[in-house]
Design a protein around this ligand. Structure first.
Ligand SMILES: [Zn+2]
Length: 338
């Protein structure tokens, strides 16, 4: 039977100092937990109110009970209901408590089969989750570049889903003829000296100035950035059109830098690391290439931070457009190869 507060206090007075200390630790623990839960609820409410209705954009919303332990809202205009997770990568996932563990196993480089077996989920679920998570990271930590920006394209042989055949990036700095046919997916690698990285699947075949405009246009400006690249004519054209100071490295003539600071060494190292990274997946369909670029970029950004898993986890809960990008993977692929 529940005791009254007076009874409890009487009991407490009988405790010795060691027991009192233990009890006080227990109470602090309970208090901390309850304030954390309180904060989570407050965060959910703020998030729901801030975003408005994901269907019609109305900000006229009311609380509407709970859905899977999260606060549910209803839009007063279109009557649709939603939670703070609607649209995020995790929104259709039933076993939400496994999400963080999944991310950890993925970042550690476990195969799908290993993840499925360790977590007791099906291979299909493991596959599905991987791509939901990876689309969530596409927009993560995208900022403007600082100072010197190294830019170049790297190609991958086109690969249909399920077939093996991703080729290594061309030998950088070698004498290989630059491949420019439509069986090659071109990825634009851009990296500055503050470790900002952009990896974007640009097009099939030859990369053009308009691809550079689209990918780099709002991330660099001639006032603050200097571009370093190899001899790619489209990068030259991009730099010239927008008035950038541009240093071109002639690696084929054994020239690896202009002065000491203008080079593309960071980019070459990054591309090499990506090549090693992608090997472990034994062939990646072009449709999913961007997803693996996202994962690699994330690991690069956070590899020195111990809080990476937690960052990864929280980022996946914040991106409200992740599910729509995930649903559009096929469409985006068709646009890429069109
Ligand atoms: Zn609405």
């Amino acid at each position: 039977m529940a005791k009254s507060k007076v009874d409890i206090l009487k009991e407490i007075q009988k405790l010795d100092s060691r027991e009192l200390k233990l009890l006080s630790n227990n109470i602090i623990e309970i208090l901390t937990k309850s304030s954390e839960q309180h904060n989570q609820v407050a965060e959910q409410i703020n998030d729901g109110i801030e975003r408005g209705c994901p269907t019609c954009g109305s900000v006229s919303i009311v609380r509407y009970g709970y859905l899977q332990n999260r606060i549910r809202f209803q839009c007063k205009d279109c009557k649709k209901t939603f939670t703070d997770l609607t649209g995020t990568a995790i929104s259709y996932i039933k076993k939400k408590h496994l999400w963080e563990q999944y991310i950890m196993l993925m970042v550690e480089g476990n195969s799908l089969r290993a993840i499925a077996s360790k977590m007791d989920i099906s291979l299909k679920t493991a596959f599905d989750w991987r791509h939901k998570i990876l689309t969530a990271f596409e927009e993560l930590h995208k900022t403007k570049f600082n100072g010197i920006v190294e830019v170049d394209d790297v190609w991958f042989l086109k690969s249909e889903k399920g077939k093996r055949g991703l080729q290594n990036p061309r030998k950088r700095g070698g004498t290989n003829k630059r491949g420019d046919n439509n069986d090659q997916a071109k990825v634009l690698f851009s990296v500055d000296r503050s470790k900002n990285i952009d990896l974007t699947t640009a097009c099939m075949g030859r990369i053009k100035r308009k691809d550079l405009d689209r990918i780099l246009g709002n991330k660099v400006s001639a006032d603050t950035n200097i571009i370093c690249s190899d001899k790619h004519p489209s990068i030259k054209s991009f730099a010239k059109t927008h008035g950038f100071t541009h240093y071109r490295i002639h690696a084929s003539q054994k020239q690896y830098s202009v002065g000491k600071i203008y080079h593309v060494n960071n980019l070459n190292n990054l591309a090499k690391r990506f090549k090693d990274f992608i090997k472990q997946y034994n062939g990646v369909a072009t449709k999913y290439l961007q997803s693996y670029l996202n994962l690699f970029r994330f690991i690069e950004l956070f590899k020195k931070q111990r809080s990476m898993i937690s960052e990864f986890y929280h980022a996946s809960l914040k991106d409200k457009l992740a599910i729509s990008r995930y649903s559009n993977l096929e469409e985006r692929y068709q646009m890429l190869i069109a």
